[in-house]
Design a protein around this ligand. Structure first.
Ligand SMILES: C[S@@+](CC[C@H](N)C(=O)[O-])C[C@H]1O[C@@H](n2cnc3c(N)ncnc32)[C@H](O)[C@@H]1O
Length: 191
């Protein structure tokens, strides 16, 4: 099931909100990572730059076939060979089981602009189950301010402190909290 309020604006506008390489670096995406999974990879805004920052492979998952097609087309135009795409629903057991095959090497999972979903604790638990021992998750989300030019409605938009509370309930430890101006914050957790 596609999560609530998870549609995307035109790509040009979406890209204008981020500096992906800087953000990924600040969020501990580095050569220690053998497999990075980007959940709800969208236009590949973070997925594609991540291919150059990790030592191994990146896996992008999106429930929206069109988003996967956009990523496929972009990859075709490059020499990138360490990316794998899955058109799947992360809220299903099937997708989780598919990912568990790689568990021993999954060192990082992104939850970028997605934790306003219907069942954030369930998503965090699934991610915890799939992640390697000592693996990290990176969470990015819109600042909890009415003035941001996009973002989910305020009633479902999670504050950083709420995400920290959810993640610690699951067993994650907060490693880093950063501002990602102009509109986002970032949290890195360790399993
Ligand atoms: C707001 S966009 C964020 C895209 C990307 N993470 C980024 O920050 O640039 C959310 C993405 O999650 C995808 N999505 C929504 N529900 C999903 C689900 N249940 N499983 C996998 N992907 C999902 C949407 O199709 C969309 O591409």
């Amino acid at each position: 099931m596609k999560y609530r309020e998870s549609g995307m604006p035109i790509e040009e506008l979406w890209q204008s909100f981020f500096n992906p390489v800087d953000t990924l670096k600040q969020m501990d995406v580095d050569k220690n990572i053998r497999i990075l999974i980007d959940i709800g990879c969208g236009y590949g805004t973070f997925l594609l730059p991540a291919t150059e920052l990790v030592s191994g492979n990146v896996i992008g998952i999106d429930v929206d076939e069109k988003m996967i097609e956009v990523c496929e087309n972009k990859i075709q135009d490059t020499s990138i060979s360490n990316v794998h795409l899955i058109n799947g629903d992360i809220s299903t057991e099937d997708t989780i089981e598919q990912l568990k095959k790689y568990k021993a090497e999954i060192d990082y999972i992104t939850l970028f602009n997605i934790l306003h979903c219907e069942k954030p604790l369930y998503l965090l638990q699934s991610v915890y189950d799939v992640l390697n021992k000592n693996g990290k998750i990176g969470v990015i989300h819109w600042n909890h301010e009415e003035t941001t030019p996009r973002g989910p409605s305020m009633k479902i938009r999670p504050k950083p402190e709420t995400i920290i509370e959810w993640a610690s309930k699951i067993g994650f430890t907060l490693k880093n909290q950063i501002d990602l101006p102009p509109y986002h914050f970032g949290l890195v957790f360790v399993k």
